[in-house]
Design a protein around this ligand. Structure first.
Ligand SMILES: [Zn+2]
Ligand SMILES: [Zn+2]
Length: 102
């Protein structure tokens, strides 16, 4: 997935195809390292985004349907995980957090 780009990358040599590659974890000596292509090839295909198996912890990270809305507080466009009701205030996550602190 694309969040590979967000992590610290370490140079490594793919033990499968031998290409130089970067991996998002520190390569352990003696352990095989695979480039992204080989990693994908070797990973069992999953229809979902490829989260881990801890499905009981996954309740909150499950992709929810997002709805575009305008924050009633700061006026920014934002997305909310529920259908905005007309006439009701909608807050972006920042403002929502701020409100909850009060
Ligand atoms: Zn490879
Ligand atoms: Zn806001």
């Amino acid at each position: 997935m694309d969040d590979f780009e967000q992590r610290e990358m370490h140079k490594a040599t793919c033990s499968d195809c031998g290409n130089e590659c970067e991996v998002p974890f520190k390569p352990t000596e003696g352990k095989p390292v695979r480039c992204r292509d080989c990693f994908r090839k070797n990973r069992p295909q999953r229809s979902f985004g490829g989260n881990n198996n801890r499905r009981f912890d996954n309740r909150d990270s499950r992709p929810r349907e997002m709805h575009k809305a305008t924050c009633s507080d700061c006026g920014n466009e934002c997305e909310v995980p529920f259908k905005p009701t007309e006439g009701k205030d909608v807050f972006c996550s920042d403002c929502f957090k701020k409100k909850r602190e009060f």
